[in-house]
Design a protein around this ligand. Structure first.
Ligand code: 8YV
Length: 330
């Protein structure tokens, strides 16, 4: 019988996923869920046939340089692969896969939730009653901003951007987007979406901006200080993609100065550290901060695990895995 592959999984996964992995593979699990140090990751890549990392594992060139001859697949438990030096992996003949498609709807839901939370001051509101600060209704108290009739500018019109657009349209927002490539006419028609070739021009005209692109060298600080300054003073910005796409310090400065109205962030430049200026703004109710949980549903995590298993199984059976990451995607 063919030897079962040694699959090293860096973090705790849902029980059903781990059980299935044990049935199919020689699975080395991380039952106490402590993030691995670089030394532990090196140990893992030396031994494994397959590595299953997550966003919290930095699989960079230094780690990959230590990979043993058996490591042939990195099956990322996650959509974004910016935690992995994909080029270095491919150069060493290691295939990389991810888990696209199964966290689209959950992430789009949470993006919509952040838009509402910032515009309608939900995070501030939920604190009032438990903190015993409610003395009764008043016509001019806790006023937010209406979202119906406003313009939403989506930066990155892939699966998640489009799923957000569908929701936002139902809320009465008009849809605008910037993307490397224009999406097919049928998609634009369905979403009644306006394409902006110039990101700068779009940013200057939006009421709400949502970041939904992957983090690649081309999108690092795409929303730079210069671009953030183009936003209208009453604009809000939400990010459920990657912290690195926005210059976080510049964003905090502009909100402090009243040049941007607010932000809803699920991701940060140096997770799990959060910029102290953003923390201060959160206490003042100007920004809403979530701990990278936009895709965190039971169903989504199980679907992600199933995708990882299919990718490993297909690869081990000698076929091309369905979610191979190619250099053209980076
Ligand atoms: C996941 C994510 O929680 O998949 C992604 O790209 O950002 C998250 O939603 C995480 O990546 C799991 O590795």
């Amino acid at each position: 019988m063919k030897k079962r592959p040694l699959v090293v999984v860096t973090r705790r996964l849902p029980d059903v996923v781990e059980t299935r992995m044990r049935e199919l593979f020689d699975a080395r699990l991380n039952l106490d869920d402590a993030p691995m140090s670089q030394a532990e990751l090196i140990e893992a890549v030396r031994a494994a046939d397959v590595l299953v990392p997550t966003v919290t594992d930095k699989i960079d060139a230094a780690v990959l340089a230590q990979a043993g001859p058996n490591l042939k697949l990195i099956a990322n438990f996650g959509n974004g692969v910016d935690n992995i030096d994909v080029q270095a992996a491919l150069t060493r003949g290691i295939t990389v896969t991810n888990t696209p498609g199964v966290l689209t709807e959950d992430t789009a839901d949470m993006t919509m939730a952040l838009i509402l939370a910032v515009a309608r001051r939900i995070a501030e509101g939920v604190r009032i009653i438990p903190e015993d600060k409610w003395s009764g209704w008043s016509p001019t108290w806790m006023l937010g901003r209406r979202i119906t009739g406003k313009r939403l500018g989506i930066v990155g019109m892939g699966r998640i951007g489009q799923a957000l657009a569908r929701r936002a349209k139902a809320f009465g927002l008009s849809i605008h987007y910037h993307n490397r490539r224009r999406v097919p006419q049928a998609v634009e028609d369905e979403l009644e979406a306006t394409y902006w070739e110039s990101l700068d021009q779009m940013l200057a005209r939006m009421d709400i901006v949502s970041v939904n692109s992957p983090h690649t060298p081309a999108t690092y600080h795409l929303l730079s200080a210069r671009r953030l300054k183009l936003l209208k003073p009453d604009a809000i910005i939400v990010n459920t993609a990657r912290g690195e796409i926005i210059d976080e310090n510049a964003l905090a400065r502009l909100i402090e100065a009243g040049e941007i109205a607010g932000a809803g962030l699920d991701v940060f430049e140096h997770e799990p550290q959060v910029n102290p200026r953003l923390l201060k703004l959160a206490r003042q109710g100007k920004v809403v901060l979530l701990p990278h949980m936009a895709s965190a549903t039971h169903e989504g995590r199980i679907d992600m695990g199933e995708k990882v298993i299919v990718n490993i199984k297909t690869f081990m059976d000698g076929h091309r895995p369905p979610d191979r990451v190619l250099p053209s995607m980076l």
